[in-house]
Ligand binder design. Structure first.
Ligand SMILES: [Ca+2]
Ligand SMILES: [Ca+2]
Ligand SMILES: [Ca+2]
Length: 271
């Protein structure tokens, strides 16, 4: 009799727990936006190894042997409990009407440094994914990239050992000011598996679909978009991560404690 009572109680606990989780996922999810804490456009050409820290972030790897521009973004996730995040999207703001060229997003592995290991830079900067300085970083010192002075697509410079391909898609050719969500199916799992709260993403053209065209987005330094309008203050047009977060209501904690008591009870009854 005691066992049957316990079973009924535990069945109700299981049902309530499942219902609460479903409720929390559907009705109580919150969207959090985290702006990039650093962003840069780094460029590789035979005579050019640079980064820019102005209002623009361009991405292109041209056909021919022209130029290779990659966007780097760093985010600080320390304010978020990633265990409660159910979806993550990186977003850029179009500086002008975009094109429909394709891109790939790469996550930089924790601790990775520039592909040339930052040798030859004066002073040696030793930037890693947590520390690259948006005002000083260049293609050769950006973690996850290797500068060889050759911008050809076959030598785009993504260092496979230092990066994770998170997926890609087509830019949406949105109008100036429109949001460009980046389709990155593996972004959330990358963020959750990252050992610390500072993460760097690289956005590069898909080398399977090259052209001379570029896509121009706003940086966190931008105070206006193409042609000076609309205008605002630095940060208004910054790249951002959007996270869908399911909070943990106190009731869920109590139910979980009830579930634990059930497990103990069941063990005692079996003994
Ligand atoms: Ca910047
Ligand atoms: Ca990190
Ligand atoms: Ca190269």
């Amino acid at each position: 009799m005691k066992v049957n009572l316990l079973k009924g109680y535990c069945a109700r606990i299981s049902f309530a727990l499942a219902a609460s989780i479903a409720w929390a996922a559907s009705a109580d999810a919150a969207l959090i936006q985290l702006k990039a804490v650093a962003d840069s456009e780094v460029s590789e050409r035979p005579s050019e190894d640079r980064g820019t820290n102005d209002g623009l972030l361009n991405v292109r790897t041209s056909s021919g042997n022209d130029r290779n521009e990659i966007i780097a973004l760093r985010f600080d996730l320390s304010s978020v409990n990633l265990a409660n995040v159910t979806s993550a999207t990186a977003n850029l703001i179009h500086n002008r009407t975009g094109s429909t060229r394709t891109y790939i997003v790469y996550g930089v592995k924790d601790g990775a440094v520039g592909g040339d290991n930052n040798t030859g830079t004066t002073p040696a900067q030793g930037f890693d994914d947590n520390t690259w300085n948006e005002a000083l970083v260049k293609f050769s010192t950006m973690p996850g990239l290797l500068y060889d002075g050759d911008p050809a697509a076959a030598r785009q410079g993504i260092v496979a050992a230092d990066t994770t391909n998170l997926g890609g898609g087509a830019f949406n050719a949105g109008a100036k000011g429109a949001v460009q969500p980046l389709s990155t199916p593996s972004l959330l799992s990358f963020l959750q598996a990252h050992p610390d709260s500072l993460v760097t993403l690289l956005i590069a053209k898909d080398t399977a679909a090259l052209s001379t065209g570029q896509d121009r987005f706003a940086s966190r330094q931008a105070t206006s978009l193409d042609g000076g309008t609309p205008s605002g203050i630095a940060g208004d047009f910054a790249p951002y991560l959007e996270l869908e977060v399911v909070p943990e209501p106190t009731a869920l904690v109590l139910l979980a404690m009830g579930g634990a008591l059930c497990a103990i009870g069941a063990r005692r009854n079996r003994a």
